[in-house]
Design a binder for this molecule. Sequence first.
Ligand code: TXA
Ligand code: MG
Length: 526
Amino acid sequence: MLRANRKNGIIKFMETKINKIDRNQIDEELIQEAGVILKEGGLVAFPTETVYGLGANALDEEAAKKTYAAKGRPSDNPLIVHIADLEDLDEIVESVPQEAILLAQQFWPGPLTMIFQKSSIVPYGTTGGLETVAVRMPKDPIALKLILAAGGYVSAPSANTSGRPSPTDAKHVWNDLNGKIDMILDGGNVEIGLESTILDMTVTPPMILRPGAITEEMLEEVIGTVSVDKSIMGEDTNSPPKAPGMKYRHYAPKANLMIVEGDLKEQIFAIRQIAYERSREGKQVGIIATEETVGFYTKGIIKNIGSRENEKTIARNLYRVLREFDEEDVSEIYSELFAVSGIGSAIMNRLEKAAGHSRILAHDIVKKQRYRRIVFVSDSDTCRGPIAAQILKQKDLRQEYWIDSKGLVVLFSEPINQKAEAVMKSNQLSLEGYTSKPLVPKDLNPDTLILAMEQNQKDKMLSEYANQDGIYLENIYTLNEFVNDDLVLPDPYGQPLTAYGECYEKINILIDKLVTILNSFTEGEV
Ligand code: TXA
Ligand code: MG
């Protein structure tokens, strides 16, 4: 076996073996081989249901030192001892409180770590000098078999370089630790994606030091009241976290990560606005979005982290997404905010730490956004309206608007008027493939600026929708009224091509004025 050693001042790296292993059909020989490495004081990374662990013999002081060296981790940050048999617990702890037995019966094997007074056989190297020891029985059968093959006690911090997101896949381990450890057991993607819940059983009531998949509510159902270390959500900044590892700025992506706070709609508008502003400066931001919101973003590198309806998917993808952003050319990442109930509190805890607790208020960014959508309204939506929308889309706006056109009399969807298209073409634009759409009541809302081509269209909307519930009439203008110009836009329908050309020119003049007005709303933004 090759080990890292230093000869003539040159560090020689050990060869790291990576072996695929199927948890439904475990290769016993491979497990034995890995077990021997651990017994001899070597390091083996292996999957658990939470994240990949970097295994070492927990009762071997030297193996603990190697673990810290491979991870580049401060040695005052204690390791979790993993066991595979409840009977093995007695050996490494002073005593097991009754509540711990109840919790073990309920949640072991599983994503719960409990802290006890340590027994004398556990070296201080493993506990970071503490008199207490953290113990967990993982659920992944690969982990359980490996622990038994190694003699029953395997210390395993997450198998990442200190300061990087925990690995949820063997290739993350490879990227961080290749050349520094003996073996990686590649069991594919992990199930949960966030590290175990840590519960300190040495205090009364027991205290959650790190939130995870076993939630406060789940623990309380079994043993009654538990407390929560106040510092874990950054609430109590005066006292350091009780789990030494929680004080480091873990899980930090290379780019500056910021969490955008506010109601979800404002979060989306704020992130859109920032991404848009940066893209005007020729830069790209990263965006952490969800299944439900990903469609709202257009600029930047957008990653769908999972579904708000099923937060487990978010937990599973969080670290992978943070790692992926390290490969992208982004200097800033903006994340939506997630609910803090259930596993959400673990998700937000890790996200907050990755962000170094930096948050921005969505409202500060979106408060100057008077409108978000602009809809040009004509009769048939086959000429003036679509032309106006298309011209506006080409202009340099300080805010990204949804720009569209609608008609008041659209019974069937129709293509763009041919003469209108000819004029567009002569101006290097096109509406090929566009088909007309009817205005619908929900278009009339506080977010949307409605610009009619003619006075009679405005009047028609105001009378047709008067006294209807849920309809917003305050944002309806004619285009020339809104930009304060006398220029009117008569319908060129049935007239020669030159009339269409003149109409285009007039629209262009009014749109330039419109741009100036819209841009004045967001002056000095972001
Ligand atoms: O899900 C997990 O727990 C994963 C997998 C591999 O099992 N392991 C893991 O280990 O997350 P690690 O070393 O990355 O995190 C262990 C955390 C650290 O924050 C450490 O400070 C805390 O547990 N810890 C360990 N022993 C402790 C003790 N005696 N008292 C307080 N905190 C302790
Ligand atoms: Mg860790």
